[in-house]
Design a protein around this ligand. Structure first.
Ligand SMILES: NC(=O)c1ccc[n+]([C@@H]2O[C@H](COP(=O)([O-])OP(=O)(O)OC[C@H]3O[C@@H](n4cnc5c(N)ncnc54)[C@H](O)[C@@H]3O)[C@@H](O)[C@H]2O)c1
Length: 308
């Protein structure tokens, strides 16, 4: 299948690129390289350097590449940045996505896969783990943008027949991750520990998240390629892990012990989060394969290599 991956030079998009190429698909990536790294682009991928906000350029790229599928991973991913600069966030995450959707409908793209966010779309959880039917009550411009694009996807399906798959990710972690993303705490701990700095823990470290390994997320992206109907899935493990537990697990994988520094709790931070992944298991007949300790070890090994 011919696929265009936006954000394909980033953390998750580049892992999706790798698994698609391995499976024999034709891949082009679209990225403005603000956060993406050219080194993550596979030599077999075609590259379009472009910004989602440039509507004409996006249309030209789609006319040129003519993908059957768009995997939309490009985004401004920093929740704090979205609070500080909501207009810029909306320009990239809402209007940029809309540029892509409009062009996709125009050139007859068959399927649109959207990297959404469980944590950001549901807001403060009323039920843990949260199922796909949980109310959508985002508490950040970043989350509002994800929910808005989900609504546009429904519109483009109803009116233009553009099939969609919404993947509401939990906290994705693994090699190539930056520190601003939703599971950035793992990268922050690892880089601090490997470079001899003191890692910070905000509050008492009791906040929980659902951490899912990037290769498992890439595997889901492969399984839903060409899915015949619209689908919305939580992608995670359903397990809650506290920041303190994460730190302890990482410490066990390190030769020396370091005491973290505890800082005041961050305002507006959700205290507990995990996604109900029953639908993912039922629909795909599959669940994430990487235990947390194994994923942390792989991530640590990767950072050891790049920081050397
Ligand atoms: N990492 C997580 O835990 C997580 C959780 C939920 C959802 N997501 C979503 O998954 C997607 C990928 O996230 P990631 O963690 O890989 O982030 P990332 O920053 O590594 O990747 C995003 C990519 O988009 C590119 N980009 C940013 N703005 C652009 C623009 N205006 N035009 C073109 N390209 C642009 C960046 O250069 C980068 O390569 C995002 O949509 C993010 O919201 C991530």
């Amino acid at each position: 299948m011919r696929v265009l991956i936006t954000g394909g030079a980033g953390f998750i998009g580049s892992a999706v690129q790798d698994i698609y190429l391995q499976a024999g698909h034709e891949v082009a990536i679209l990225d403005n390289f603000t956060a993406g790294n050219p080194a993550y682009v596979h030599p077999q991928s075609r590259v379009y350097q472009a910004d989602l906000r440039e509507a004409d350029r996006i249309r030209q790229i789609l006319q040129d590449w003519r993908p059957a599928v768009i995997s939309h991973h490009a985004a401004q991913i920093d929740v704090r940045q979205s609070v500080a600069q909501p207009v810029t966030d909306a320009q990239i995450n809402i209007l940029g996505s809309l540029n892509l959707l409009a062009a996709a409908a125009e050139v007859g793209v068959e399927q649109f896969i959207f990297a959404s966010s469980g944590g950001a779309c549901y807001g403060e959880l009323q039920q843990i783990p949260a199922p796909e039917t949980h109310p959508l009550q985002p508490i950040s411009p970043y989350g509002i943008a994800k929910v808005t694009v989900e609504h546009y996807l429904h519109f483009y399906y109803q009116v233009h027949g553009l099939r969609y798959v919404i993947l509401r990710y939990a906290n994705v972690y693994g090699p190539r991750q930056g520190i601003t993303g939703e599971a950035g705490v793992i990268t922050a701990f690892i880089t601090a520990l490997l470079t001899g700095q003191t890692p910070f823990i905000y509050g008492q470290g009791t906040q929980t998240r659902d951490y899912v390994y990037v290769e498992d997320v890439a595997q889901v992206n492969l399984q839903i390629l060409g899915w015949p109907e619209p689908l919305t899935l939580n992608i995670g493990t359903g397990q809650e892990t506290s920041v303190l537990t994460l730190y302890e697990l990482l410490q066990k994988l390190m030769p020396t012990k370091t005491e973290p520094r505890f800082l005041p709790e961050r305002l507006g931070e959700t205290s507990r989060s995990a996604l109900d992944v029953t639908r993912m298991r039922q629909v795909l007949g599959w669940q994430p394969q990487t235990p947390l300790v194994q994923g942390l070890q792989a991530t640590l090994d990767w950072y050891r290599q790049v920081l050397n």
